[in-house]
Structure formats: C-alpha cells, structure tokens
Design a protein around this ligand. Structure first.
Ligand code: HEC
Length: 147
C-alpha cells in the first residue's frame, strides 16, 4: 500500500486524504497484525494478547519459556469430560481476578487486571465485553484433535 500523500492542494484536503489513507491501510491489513482499535474483535484480542503463549495449538513463541506449558485453546471442550465448552468457567479463568483452583499460580496472566491496569480500562462493562469477545472467539475455534 502506498503511503505517500501529496499536500499540494490545501492542508484540509491533505488531512482528509491522510485520514482516508490511514483508514484504508487499516482495512487491508493481514489478520496476523496486532490491532488496536476502540472496539476490537475477539480474534484481534487473541492475536494481540494470547497468541504469544498459546499460539495456534499451545505452541506460541513464548511457550517453552514457561513453567507450565500453555494449553492448546482449540481443545478446551475436548478436554472437558462432558465435551461442552465451559463458557462461564472460561470467563472466570480469563478474567482471573477471582482465584479459582488450578489457575492464577501459573504463568497465565490475570487479564481482568491487565486490561484494567495497562490499558486503563476503568469501565467494568468494557472489561466484561472484552472477556466476552475472547470467550466467544475461543468457543468458535474449538475442534477435535487430529487422529
Ligand atoms: C504468558 C503466557 C500466557 C499468555 C500471554 C496467555 N496465557 Fe492462557 N495460559 C497460560 C498457561 C501457562 C496456562 C496453563 C496454566 C495455568 O492455568 O496457569 C494457561 C491457561 C489458559 C486457559 C485454561 C484452559 C483450560 O482448558 O482450562 C485459558 C482459557 C487461557 N489460558 C486463555 C488465555 C487467553 C484468552 C489469553 C489472552 C487474553 C491467554 N490465555 C494468554 C499462559 C498464557
């Protein structure tokens, strides 16, 4: 994508073109690029915050630097006894602020607190919405393991 813009006309038109160019550059991007927009998608959040450890199948670039291996998040349902996607539990694991057994002592970051502190998201509704988007995204990528 060409990003050079001529400002020969007037500054106002130039500025408008710049805004348009930034908009177009944002749209054409590949899906592996971190996206920081007002209202991100679950997939974008996953790519920005989770892929570094969980990767596509528990194989993110940071995976072997961790004490406990990050699980393959496409097999959450498969690993549950009833084979169902544990939506409410996921919400609590990702939020992490109320410690539930087995989580919180590991390397898995507490996202409720992270989104709150590092991004200055004060609004509990926005926080919940983000966690919700992640949960929905995770639900959408569940699969059976390959034989
Ligand atoms: C620094 C590495 C790291 C990052 C980044 C990370 N995780 Fe994790 N995650 C782990 C580890 C390690 C475990 C397993 C041990 C534990 O629970 O602490 C885990 C466990 C989980 C589980 C539990 C899976 C199950 O079957 O019970 C879920 C769900 C999860 N992560 C979701 C996420 C989401 C969503 C994000 C991004 C918002 C994320 N993780 C980012 C390391 C990470």
């Amino acid at each position: 994508m060409r990003k050079t813009i001529s400002f020969q006309t007037s500054d106002a038109i130039g500025a408008a073109l710049l805004v348009l160019a930034l908009f177009l550059a944002g749209c054409g991007g590949s899906s592996t690029k971190a996206v920081t927009v007002e209202k991100p998608t679950g997939e974008a959040l996953y790519i920005s915050y989770c892929q570094i450890c969980h990767g596509e199948h528990g194989d993110g670039p940071m995976a072997n630097m961790l004490k406990a291996p990050p699980p393959d998040l496409t097999l959450i349902s498969y690993r549950r006894q009833d084979g169902k996607f544990p939506e409410e539990q996921m919400r609590r694991i990702i939020d992490g602020r109320d410690n539930i057994a087995g989580h919180g002592e590991g390397d898995m970051p507490v996202w409720g607190a992270t989104f709150h502190q590092s991004e200055g998201i004060e609004d509990e509704t926005v926080l919940k919405e983000r966690i919700d988007m992640l949960v929905k995204y995770l639900e959408s990528i569940q699969r059976q393991p390959e034989e």
